[in-house]
Design a protein. Sequence first.
Length: 277
Amino acid sequence: MRVETINYQDKLAGAALYESLKATGFAVLDNHPISPDRIAEMYELWARFFAGQEKFAYAPEPSCHDGYFAFGSENAKDSPLKDLKEFFHVYPQSRLPTELADKTNAIYADLQALGIEVLSWIQQHTPAEVRESFTMPLHEMMAGSSQSLLRVLHYPPVAEHALGAMRAAPHEDINLITLLLSGSNPGLQAKDARGVWHDISQDKRMVTINSGDMLAMASNNFFPSTTHRVINPDPAQNVSRYSMPMFLHPRPDVLLRHDRTANDYRQERLREIGLTP
């Protein structure tokens, strides 16, 4: 499984990213507009937040699924065990700690803009016969959407009594595409068509992009929604890991196919992973 690293500044970046997503469901973007210093600062700020008690004042809002989700809140689809993580959900109007709000909202906006640009690249290079299955151009599905989710993740050191649980059990993403600011430590793996797991680069200068279920559905599975996971660390490296994926979700009314809206599918999957009744 060869996941391409693509120079954002290259005039052929769109074509290269399309080819990598089509082949593997993953691509890695280098020389993108979000500086490594900004990413490092975000992880430092959020690490302090997760280490404190203030997080418990940001309990999730059931109507919009934002706020702080405590350790053991979520399981992967079809997994009986809860993932070994805590996390915070950020949407455009989410309530955030004062010291985090400006920088987090700025990263959200920049990742949303970069994601829409990537969707326009995918649209441009997808063959005409596949584009015919799209109910509208991919980047236009995002027009006016406030559904995209920035998830700030903390995977604490793994306890000895974890009993088979993983930091993130094998799963696919719900959305169109995901833009992942590389994690603070290794652990992300993707599974190829033969069932073999491969490490995904965690270079802190880069953004990892993967296609999700909604893109697979809209393209009649032309783009794979590749299974991935976060494995537990070796005992000698058993420290906290932080990660920050941006899940690009279209407007709720967008038809992914003639009988399925984005909201229909999103609500179905939220029930499957235990985040909604």
